[in-house]
Design a binder for this molecule. Sequence first.
Ligand code: FAD
Ligand code: NAI
Length: 466
Amino acid sequence: MATYDLVVIGTGPGGYVCAVRASQLGMKVAVVEKNATLGGTCLNVGCMPSKALLHASEMFEEAGHSFAKMGVSVPAPKLDLPAMMNFKQQGIDGNVKGVEFLMKKNKIDVLKGAGKILGIGKVEVSADGKSQVVETKNIVIATGSDIARLKGIEIDEKRIVSSTGALSLEKVPGRLLVIGAGVIGLELGSVWRRLGSEVMVVEFLDRILPGMDGEIAKQFQRILEKQGFAFKLGSKVTGVEANSKALLAKIEPAAGGAAETIEADVVLVCIGRAPYTDGLGLKEAGVALDARGRVQIDPHFATSLKGVYAIGDVVAGPMLAHKAEDEGVAVAEIIAGQAGHVNYDVIPGVVYTTPEVSSVGKTEEELKQAGTAYTVGKFPFTANGRSKVNQTTEGFVKVLADAKTDRVLGVHIIGREAGEMIHEACVLMEFGGSAEDLARTCHAHPTRSEAVKEAALAVGKRAIHM
Ligand code: FAD
Ligand code: NAI
């Protein structure tokens, strides 16, 4: 029987990063994966394929709408959807191979099959009707999450799709109905709108992107509406009927009232994701779940069973790849006797649309609710030189700082490349920096990042270009 220091179940960004870090720390490590390829949701049906399609569809839109005004005259672009899907697949393959390489390089055994915890230090791996049991000092559960379903609406991944089906549609739907104005709905809605779909988004709440700063979300909604998105907020889809020609979605006000029917060709259900623990044998082994079905952990990622830890989407917290990765590193270090730690106050979030939305730390709503006295500095991209010459001036930067200490508590950006620009705020916040620190840091000219510096200056009411 093979014996290990650590067996990680699941090879998403949480699991494979944890395995690499543990190997670096001298442990004998194996990963267990039931999927045909490594990399989990993120690499196979999540972050990576969605970003490939966002990039390709953005190029398609730019070629059709933006090149001419810059004096680049090209014929109207034609969509070759199979080629675009091939581009996406090449990206997936490249990244998946990268993870295989990392496993080899770090001498990590890859055990293909479904993992089940038999008890302390024992994992059963089953594939093709055969199974083996491996012994290990420690186990990390990194089994991620699965799509959340809506009662009464059956996902067939052809006409009624989850994000997985929406990443592989065979033709551009004439009318796409998106249920849920969260990250997936707005990213994948953007992809198909750019490729020609009419997109309507139905959202239960009275706003889009819950959890993001309200002012940013409002401006984002206006920009998306200008791009052609239609929103039905404060509404829920209670059923979808299919006939041979169309899907008929029944929509009701969230607060109750008369229902209406909306026709669509494809319905995308993206109302969140659920922790994935099927087949792990957790109940029998004695690993406790919380009320929402997530593996329950203490502040050191330890579950209720000795030597068993859990990280990533399967535990509480934002369902983000980088959060899973950081937890993977932290838990490997804790198992090795080090002081592994994740700072949950500084986890950036990015929506990879055009413009992008990025955020770190507290929103204005959260500060108000906590009764924290704060100051706000804002700077629009319309006043940023680089954005002006590129004619991409939508959006603004918002810096929130403690009114007494000037310590930066949150930064929120809507604008092109917002996802790259947020990281200087993350580093600043990790070091407990102030708006003054950010404002006095020299920023290269001409860059869009100068808007971040200006927003920090605006906290002290001394922005230069506004
Ligand atoms: P996962 O990536 O879900 O991996 C879990 C792995 O465990 C899977 O490979 C699964 O097959 C395996 N597994 C499960 N049970 C068993 C078992 N019993 N035995 C063996 N193997 C098992 N996040 C971002 O930060 N940025 C983004 O841009 C982004 N885009 C996304 C786009 C989409 C469409 C979706 C759906 C998600 C996106 N996410 C994004 C979220 C991100 O994918 C997840 O937060 C991340 O993948 C979680 O990592 P994980 O390691 O916890 O789990
Ligand atoms: P989400 O939690 O971001 O958004 C779901 C939305 O659906 C919410 O606005 C919610 O109010 C709404 N909703 C819930 N039930 C509803 C109903 N019955 N009718 C109408 N609306 C309803 O979840 P989403 O978009 O499915 O994404 C899942 C996870 O994947 C998220 O946690 C996200 O963090 C992650 N992800 C991250 C990305 C990124 O970082 N760029 C990209 C895509 C996904």
